[in-house]
Design a binder for this molecule. Structure first.
Ligand SMILES: [Zn+2]
Ligand SMILES: [Zn+2]
Length: 296
């Protein structure tokens, strides 16, 4: 089928286009122009040539031609990035393809919901990892190296919080955030762990794995959002590893069909949420808060 022993040539061509430093230089010059002059994002041939480090205009024209149509549009005002060109320039600028040092653990001003030990955040092998000293992993998120190492870890976590929230919604609906392949979900039982089950997803195209504890998987269901909102809590402010503070029960009540009962508690009420094996909410019931304090 293909010349490279089964590898589709289109996949190689996708990286070939930005293999040369000259083409990266052109893309980044156009990104800088769009950023600095949003009303005039295009550059003429000569203005663009002046911005990049290629003396020979034949060479410059050759590389520009390789980018044209797909990543760079030629307009009446000059050359500008196409929407896909912005994606590629953004990926390069984010450091998504840049390798670098890990970042040692730093304490966050929070305690583990399962054991009260201090919570630490680190950057390891391309992932932000939030865990306690007793190895309770509370949150992981794959983020570009430059972003993870250029700010305080607390600021990095704040920067990725919304993205983690949206990515979770996308993958729970069955679409991989890396390759747009289909994600299959299953339930993993964890007898020795504080949470009885974990939802685990696997992309059927690129193979990347996802996981979500039940209480975080349902946090953005409309009934859960409304319950917390009525209690004066905006769920967008709850970070992934704090949701345990609001959860008083997670119990598997049926194996076939699989049903998990989750109980959230806030000042004046409790919300009981029944979830199936794909993290879909089957039923929600709100009741007044019991007299006893919720155990955090
Ligand atoms: Zn812990
Ligand atoms: Zn994928």
């Amino acid at each position: 089928m293909t010349e490279n022993g089964g590898l589709d040539d289109r996949y190689v061509a996708a990286f070939d286009v930005v293999r040369s430093p000259a083409r990266v230089d052109i893309l980044l010059a156009l990104a800088e122009q769009a950023s600095a002059n949003p009303d005039a994002p295009a550059l003429s041939f000569s203005a663009l040539h002046d911005r990049v480090d290629i003396d020979d205009s034949g060479q410059f024209n050759y590389h520009l031609d390789k980018l044209r149509d797909h990543l760079v549009h030629s307009t009446d005002d000059g050359y500008r990035l196409s929407p896909r060109g912005h994606e590629v320039a953004g990926a390069i600028l984010s450091g998504a393809f840049t390798a670098g040092e890990d970042r040692p653990p730093e304490p966050l001003d929070q305690s583990c919901p399962y054991c009260d030990a201090e919570v630490e955040a680190a950057y390891e092998q391309g992932q932000i990892v939030v865990e306690c000293a007793n190895d309770h992993t509370l949150f992981t998120s794959s983020i570009p190296h430059d972003l993870a190492t250029e700010a305080s870890l607390a600021d990095v976590l704040a920067a990725v919080r919304a993205r983690a929230r949206f990515n979770l919604q996308i993958v729970l609906e069955g679409t991989c955030t890396y390759c747009y392949g289909a994600v299959d979900w299953s339930v993993t039982h964890r007898e020795e762990q504080p949470e009885p089950v974990l939802y685990e997803g696997r992309c059927t195209r690129c193979g990347v794995g996802y996981s979500a504890p039940p209480n975080y998987a349902v946090l953005f269901h409309p009934a859960v959002i409304a319950f917390f909102w009525d209690q004066g809590v905006d769920v967008r402010e709850i970070v992934a590893w704090e949701i345990g503070d609001w959860t008083v029960e997670q119990t598997v009540v049926s194996e076939d069909p699989f049903r998990l009962r989750l109980v959230f508690a806030a000042d004046d009420g409790r919300l009981t949420v029944t979830v199936d094996d794909t993290a879909s909410v089957v039923e929600t019931v709100e009741t007044p808060q019991e007299d006893s304090e919720p155990s955090a």
